[in-house]
Design a binder for this molecule. Structure first.
Ligand code: AMX
Length: 464
């Protein structure tokens, strides 16, 4: 980003009271470019804040638990602390208080680009602060330097049969990379628990750095000639990922920057984030914790929905051909529902409006591929599905989620292998879940162990 742009962004942030004014006499965090140093500064203050908060308010009641919640997937039950993002049912996600459009506006961009760099989002998720260009460049450099994948993992991936789903390969490779875990090594050496966050940080940075290469090996093994180009030290994380996948179109790199930013985090209760947190609470190292989260992301009601949407759209096109009338499409949607299946990409456990992650992908499509037939199909579906779901009267949220749109953008740039799409989601999800895991260790959060009940015990409890 040019100096002019940097200064303009800084003024914007000052206007929003995000940054102190120049010359305010504060040596603010924006002067430090090493994320670990910034964290080391922040952690003692946050630890004190939480200690005092718990001392003062630890016994306050914040809600009540109903019997239905125990059978209903704990919806609405406040049971976790996650600092990185908060999901409002009507407004959608805010990363450390910033909406997606605000992140698009404020986070640093690649030279000549207009989408945010995921490196900047990671900085924001970890620290709560919008980073400077220099801070984001420092992250890109660190991730490039940490990107090497251990040979045994490359060999393992090369030996997998092509019939093994990309998400299974991804999760297995992440587990196998725990041979590199600094946390596991330090724990085995008996380090003091106050240092756990530092080893978790090292694992998080290494793991995030390696994921694009792991994901690219899987892609190139399954769908191309198995060769993966080396990391270019001058490129950003997404630019390198696009190159390693084999996509030279600069717009594909821009799409990756947006994609990897918006899929990163969705507060703490979703299956992948919650799983990483839960498994991490046993002090399983970050590789094992994140691999567990990826097994959850691979479920069709969660991240695999992006694959399912394309499978469903392809079936629709096979059955009805190119231009589809609204009446034909309505019938196809009703057939899906009457067959006892869900309409993939629609509905959400928390959201009650169109997902802003859907909306920003729609804006990207309107800007870059307005005439694409598949985009027009997705837009036509958007006009019809909510009313049908409302008429059916089951789904609490009839609106589209992130997965209803992502595949269409990928198809446009010639990534047609829909079974692979959830791996891209997984690479991005590392940013939020691992940022949270660093803070879990900094706060010394204990083993997670909620109380479960039998139906008999529950009946007794409510006097029945
Ligand atoms: N199509 C058909 N039925 C749906 C539906 C959809 N898109 N969304 C919800 N329903 C149904 C549920 O299956 C449920 O039916 P049941 O009473 O027979 O069990 C009923 O409506 C009530 O469900 P809900 O309370 O509205 O949703 P939920 O919180 O239980 O589930 C979700 C949320 C996302 C799993 C659900 O909306 C769904 O299955 N959507 C399709 C799959 C999908 O797009 N998943 C991706 C979500 C985003 C993500 O994690 N990546």
């Amino acid at each position: 980003m040019s100096l002019v742009n940097t200064a303009a962004r800084r003024l914007l942030l000052q206007a929003r009271n995000v940054l102190p004014a120049f010359g305010a006499g504060v040596r603010n965090a924006s002067e430090l470019t090493n994320l670990k140093d910034v964290l080391a500064n922040q952690i003692p203050e946050k630890q004190t804040e939480i200690k005092e908060f718990r001392k003062e308010c630890g016994a306050k009641v914040i809600g009540e638990i109903q019997v239905d919640m125990l059978y209903g997937g704990m919806r609405g039950m406040k049971g976790l602390v996650t600092e990185t993002s908060v999901l409002d049912p009507d407004e959608g996600i805010r990363f450390r208080g910033y909406s997606i459009p605000e992140c698009q506006e404020l986070l640093p961009k690649a030279p000549g680009g207009s989408e945010p760099l995921p490196e900047g989002l990671f900085w924001l998720l970890v620290t709560g602060d919008i980073p400077s260009d220099a801070q984001v460049q420092a992250i890109s450099k660190e991730w490039n330097e940490r990107a090497a994948v251990p040979p045994h993992v490359v060999q393992m991936l090369n030996n997998f049969p092509s019939s093994l789903h990309p998400m299974s390969q991804f999760s297995a490779a992440i587990s196998a990379m725990n041979s590199e875990s600094k946390f596991a090594e330090a724990y085995a050496q008996g380090v003091h628990k106050s240092t756990y966050w530092e080893h978790t940080y090292e694992d998080a940075m290494n793991l995030i750095a390696k994921l694009p290469t792991v994901a690219a090996i899987i892609y190139r093994n399954l769908y191309r000639d198995s060769s993966v180009c080396p990391i270019d030290m001058n490129l950003d994380w997404s630019g390198n990922f696009a190159q390693m996948l084999g996509y030279d179109d600069p717009m594909f790199s821009e799409l990756m920057r947006l994609y990897l930013t918006i899929h990163s985090d969705h507060e703490g209760g979703n299956v992948s984030a919650h799983t990483v947190h839960l498994v991490g609470s046993a002090l399983s190292d970050p590789y094992l914790s994140f691999a567990a989260g990826m097994n959850g992301l691979a479920g069709p009601l969660h991240g695999l929905a992006n694959q399912e949407v394309l499978v469903w759209l392809t079936k629709l096109q096979e059955k009805l051909g190119g231009a589809v009338s609204d009446a034909e499409m309505k019938e196809f949607i009703w057939n899906t529902l009457q067959g006892g299946q869900v309409v993939p990409g629609y509905g959400h456990a928390v959201l009650r409006k169109t997902d802003p992650r859907y909306e920003c992908q729609r804006q990207f499509a309107l800007k870059h591929l307005p005439d694409d037939p598949m985009f027009q199909l997705v837009s036509q579906i958007y006009k019809l599905v909510p009313d049908i779901l409302l008429e059916q009267g089951k789904a609490k949220n009839p609106w589209p989620n992130v997965d209803a749109h992502s595949g269409v953008l990928l198809q446009y740039y010639k990534m047609t292998e829909m079974n692979y799409y959830t791996v891209l989601f997984g690479v991005s999800r590392a940013l939020g879940t691992l940022a949270s895991l660093i803070w879990d260790r900094a706060f010394g959060l204990p083993l997670e162990r909620p109380k479960s009940m039998s139906t008999e015990g529950l009946k007794k409890l409510v006097g029945r």
